[in-house]
Design a binder for this molecule. Structure first.
Ligand code: HAM
Length: 426
C-alpha cells in the first residue's frame, strides 16, 4: 500500500479544523491591517534562494528540494516564501512607486530536514511582508498584528525574542572580532562551523551542535558593534513595544538561519513545542530587494509555522470547535423530493444542514446519525408532509417536537430546546 512521502503529512480531522481556524483568524487580522494576499508558485528558479537565503545557510546547503526540470531549468521547491514574494514584487513592478506594500501569504514550504517532533519536510507557513518602510514603527505595526492575532487564537504566554544583527556596514568589525575569538578555539568547533566561519561567521552562532554552543561561551556580541543609526533604531523599536504592551526579551545571541536580515531579527519560541522550537521567525531585510535585482526598497516580515501553531493550540485549548450540522432525513420518494427543495432553501438562507440521500429507513438513518455524533435530526415522512412540519429529534436527549416547515429557518437560527449551540468559528 502506498504511503505518503516521509516528512509529508495528510491533514484532516481535528488538526485540519485548527488549520482552518488559524487561517480564518489570520485573514481577518491581515485584512484589519490592510495587507493583501499574494500567491506565488511553489517552484522558483534556484537562483532566487541561492542569492537571498544564502550559501552559508543550512537551508541552501543541505535542505532544498532542488532539481533540473525536463526543460533543463534549475528549480527549487520553495523552502520559504520571502524570496519568492520579493521576486514576484520585482517582476510585477510593485516598487514602481515608493508607496508601501503590505502583503501576506499562506502556503506549503519544503525543506529536506532531519525528522523530529514538529519538524516536517512539507510544512505550512503564514507570513506577512511590509515593503517600502525602513522605520521601527512599521516593524511594530506588523508585530502588533502578529501578537494580537496569536492572542485572538487563545495563546497567552507570548514573548518576542529580539535582537539587532546590524547592517552590512557595521558587520565587518563584528566579523573580525568573532573570527579572532573563533581562531582561539577553532578545534572545539565542528567541521561545518569551520566552513561557516569562512562564508558567514554569524552562521556559527546558529549551529545546533551542543559542543559548538558550549565553545561559543563568552563570544563577542553583534550588539556591541552596532553603528549609531542601528542602535537608535533598536532603541525606538523597544520603546514602541513597551508603549503597546507587547512583551519581549532581548537576546543578543539571536541571529536566525537565513542570511538576508539587517537590524531587527526576532523569534517567538514556544515551551509547548519542546526543545527550543520556534513558532515564528522574522526580521528586517533592507538589502534583499536590491540583491534580487530590484530597486533599493527596505522590507520587514515574519512567518509562522502553521503545523507548530496547530500543535500548540491543540495542547493549550484542546479540540477546535466544530460547527454543528443538523441532518435532514426524508422517508419515501415524495418526502425525498420535498427535502431537497427544503434543504436548498436552508442553504440559500445560510443555514447548515446535511441531507440523508441514501433512501434509508428511519432506524438505519438514525443509527448512522448517532454514530456520527449528530445532535439534531429533522425527520420528514408522509405524516409530517401532510401536517406541514418536520419532526425535530434531539438525539442526545431523545426529545422530539414538531416544527412548522415555514418556521424552520427561524427555529434553526434561534432554536427550540437550546438549538443552536453552534460553536462559531469566529
Ligand atoms: P524560518 O525561521 O526559517 O523563517 O521559518 C519560520 C517558521 O516556519 C519557523 O519558526 C517554524 O515555525 C516554521 N518552520 C520552519 N521549518 C519548519 C519545518 N521543517 N517543519 C515545521 N515548521 C517549520 C522564514 O522562513 C522566513 N521567510 C521568515 C521571514 C519572513 N522573514 C522575513 N519575512
Amino acid at each position: 500500500m502506498a504511503q505518503s512521502v516521509k516528512g509529508m503529512r495528510d491533514l484532516f480531522g481535528k488538526e485540519m479544523r485548527w488549520f482552518q481556524r488559524i487561517e480564518d483568524t489570520a485573514r481577518r487580522a491581515f485584512e484589519r491591517h490592510g495587507y493583501q494576499e499574494i500567491r506565488t508558485p511553489i517552484l522558483e528558479e534556484s537562483e532566487v534562494f541561492h542569492r537571498s537565503v544564502g550559501e552559508g545557510s543550512d537551508i541552501v546547503n543541505k535542505e532544498m528540494y532542488e532539481f533540473t526540470d525536463r526543460g533543463g531549468r534549475e528549480v527549487v521547491m520553495r523552502p520559504e516564501n520571502t524570496a519568492g514574494v520579493v521576486r514576484a514584487a520585482i517582476q510585477h513592478q510593485f516598487f514602481a512607486s515608493s508607496d508601501p506594500r503590505l502583503l501576506y501569504y499562506i502556503g506549503p514550504m519544503f525543506r529536506y530536514e532531519r525528522m523530529q517532533a514538529g519538524r516536517y519536510r512539507q510544512f505550512w507557513q503564514i507570513g506577512a511582508e511590509t515593503f517600502g518602510v525602513a522605520t521601527p514603527d512599521a516593524e511594530v505595526e506588523s508585530l502588533v498584528m502578529l501578537h494580537d492575532f496569536l492572542r485572538e487564537l487563545g495563546l497567552r504566554q507570548l514573548e518576542f525574542s529580539i535582537n539587532s544583527v546590524g547592517t552590512p556596514e557595521c558587520r565587518p568589525a563584528f566579523h573580525a572580532a568573532f573570527r579572532a575569538f573563533f581562531e582561539s578555539r577553532a578545534e572545539a568547533f565542528c567541521e561545518d562551523c569551520r566552513r561557516r566561519i569562512q562564508i558567514n561567521p554569524m552562521r556559527v552562532l546558529d549551529c545546533k551542535n551542543a559542543s559548538c554552543q558550549a565553545a561559543l561561551e563568552g563570544h563577542p556580541l553583534i550588539t556591541d558593534h552596532l553603528d549609531e543609526d542601528s542602535r537608535a533604531h533598536h532603541g525606538r523599536l523597544k520603546l514602541l513595544l513597551d508603549r503597546l504592551g507587547v512583551p519581549y526579551r532581548e537576546n543578543p545571541r539571536l541571529v536566525r538561519g537565513l542570511d538576508y536580515y539587517t537590524r531587527t531579527a526576532f523569534e517567538i519560541l514556544s515551551s509547548d513545542l519542546g526543545a527550543q522550537s520556534a513558532l515564528v521567525g522574522g526580521g528586517r531585510y533592507d538589502g534583499l530587494v536590491k540583491q534580487l535585482g530590484g530597486p533599493d526598497v527596505p522590507g520587514f516580515g515574519w512567518s509562522i509555522g502553521l503545523d507548530r501553531l496547530a500543535t500548540v493550540l491543540q495542547q493549550v485549548a484542546g479540540d477546535a470547535p466544530e460547527p454543528e450540522v443538523p441532518l435532514l432525513i426524508p422517508m419515501g420518494p415524495r418526502a425525498s423530493e420535498r427535502a431537497l427543495v427544503l434543504a436548498r432553501e436552508l442553504w440559500e438562507a445560510g443555514h447548515p444542514v446535511r441531507l440523508e440521500t441514501r433512501g434509508l429507513n428511519l432506524k438505519k438513518a438514525l443509527a448512522t446519525a448517532n454514530r456520527q455524533g449528530v445532535r439534531l435530526a429533522l425527520l420528514l415522512g408522509e405524516g409530517e408532509l401532510d401536517r406541514g412540519v418536520v419532526a425535530a429529534k434531539f438525539l442526545d436527549t431523545g426529545a422530539q417536537e414538531d416544527w412548522p416547515l415555514a418556521d424552520l429557518p427561524n427555529r434553526l437560527a434561534t432554536g427550540g430546546r437550546g438549538w443552536p449551540q453552534v460553536t462559531s468559528t469566529s
